[in-house]
Design a protein around this ligand. Structure first.
Ligand code: ATR
Length: 286
C-alpha cells in the first residue's frame, strides 16, 4: 500500500467494529484497481456520532459505511437520503458530495444481487423469511421491490414479524404478505426461496439451525445472511438434500461493491473477482 498526501480515506463507523471484514474487501478492490484510497474502521459511540459526521465534513472524507448501532439514527444527521434507504428505513453507505452527506442502503440490493448472480429469478416467487430484525428488514423490503409474489415472515417475537409484514404490505399492495411465529414454520412448505435472517447458527453457536430443512422439496433455494461461518449448518443440511444454497458472504461482498459504485459512480469500471475475495476472506472467518 502506497499512502501519500493525495490518498483518499474511506471508512466504517460502528460500535463494535471489531472483526469487520469491510477493510479487507474494500482495500482489496482499491489495490487491484490502483485506486489511491485506503479504508479503515472507527469505533464511534452513539453520543459522538454527530460530532464525528461534522469532522468528516471538515476533513472532506468522501465516503463511509455505517453499521450497528447507527444505521437508523444516523438518518437524522444526513442532508439527504436516497429513496431506497428511506424505504428500507436504514442507511449503510454515506457519500459526501458538494458539501452534503447523502445516505444510501446497499444491504438489500447486495442480497438480491447474490441471487441474480447465481442465476435465481425472483419475480413471481414465494419467499419465506426467518427473522424480523435489521437484516430481515433490508432483505424482505428489497425482495418486495424486486417483484416477488408472496413473502412470509416468521419470527420468535411475533410482534416484530407483524410490524415488518405490515410495513411491506402497506408499501407493496400487490404482494401477498403473511407473518407467524418461527415455531410454526412447518405450515410453510410451499415456498421457492427460504432466507435465514436470524442470528441462529452464527459463530460461536455453529451447531444450531433456525428450522428443519427437511420440510422443503429439493427445488427450494436456501439462503443464509450469516457469513461466519461461511457455510452455516442450515446451509450444510440443505446441501445434503441437493438444494441450491447461497451464503451470507456473497451478500457482504456485494453490498461493499455497491457502496463503491455509489462513491465512485456506477459507470466507473471497477475490476472485481468475487471468488478471489471469498478465497482470502475464508482465512479471516474460519
Ligand atoms: P440483524 O440486524 O443482524 O438482523 P437483529 O436486528 O438483532 O440483527 O435481529 C436478529 C434476529 O434473530 C431477530 O429476528 C431475532 O428474533 P427476535 O426478534 O425474537 O429477537 C432472531 N433471533 C436471534 N436469536 C434467536 C433465537 N435464539 N431464537 C429465535 N430467533 C432468534
Amino acid at each position: 500500500m502506497n499512502i501519500n498526501w493525495n490518498t483518499e480515506l474511506y471508512c466504517l463507523i460502528g460500535d463494535p467494529i471489531e472483526k469487520s471484514l469491510s477493510p479487507e474487501i474494500h482495500n482489496y478492490i482499491f489495490n487491484i484497481n490502483n485506486m489511491n484510497c485506503n479504508y479503515m474502521c472507527f469505533n464511534v459511540e452513539d453520543n459522538n456520532l454527530k460530532q464525528v459526521l461534522d469532522t468528516f465534513k471538515i476533513l472532506g472524507i468522501k465516503g463511509f459505511n455505517v453499521t450497528i448501532p447507527h444505521k437508523i439514527h444516523i438518518m437524522k444527521y444526513l442532508d439527504d437520503i436516497d429513496e431506497e434507504a428511506k424505504l428500507l428505513g436504514a442507511v449503510n453507505t454515506v457519500k459526501y458530495v458538494n458539501g452534503k452527506l447523502m445516505g444510501y442502503n446497499t444491504d438489500g440490493a447486495g442480497f438480491v444481487k447474490s441471487l441474480v448472480d447465481s442465476g435465481i429469478s425472483i419475480k413471481g416467487k414465494k419467499i419465506l423469511i426467518l427473522g424480523a430484525g435489521g437484516g430481515s428488514h433490508a432483505v424482505s423490503v428489497k425482495l418486495a421491490q424486486s417483484g416477488v409474489k408472496k413473502i412470509i415472515i416468521l419470527n420468535r417475537t411475533i410482534e416484530k414479524s407483524k410490524q415488518l409484514a405490515y410495513n411491506i404490505s402497506n408499501k407493496f399492495k400487490n404482494i401477498a404478505v403473511e407473518y407467524d411465529d418461527l415455531k410454526s414454520f412447518s405450515k410453510y412448505t410451499d415456498v421457492d426461496i427460504v432466507v435465514n435472517c436470524t442470528s441462529i447458527g452464527m459463530y460461536p453457536d455453529t451447531d444450531e439451525v433456525p428450522i428443519d430443512i427437511s420440510i422443503f422439496s429439493n427445488k427450494t433455494v436456501v439462503c443464509d445472511i450469516i457469513y461466519k461461518p461461511i457455510k452455516t449448518k442450515f446451509l450444510k443440511n440443505a446441501e445434503k438434500k441437493n438444494m441450491k444454497i447461497i451464503g451470507g458472504m456473497d451478500m457482504l461482498i456485494n453490498q461493499a461493491i455497491l457502496s463503491q459504485k455509489i462513491w465512485f459512480s456506477v459507470d466507473k469500471n471497477i475490476a472485481i473477482n468475487i471468488d478471489e475475495i471469498k478465497g482470502f476472506l475464508h482465512y479471516s472467518v474460519e
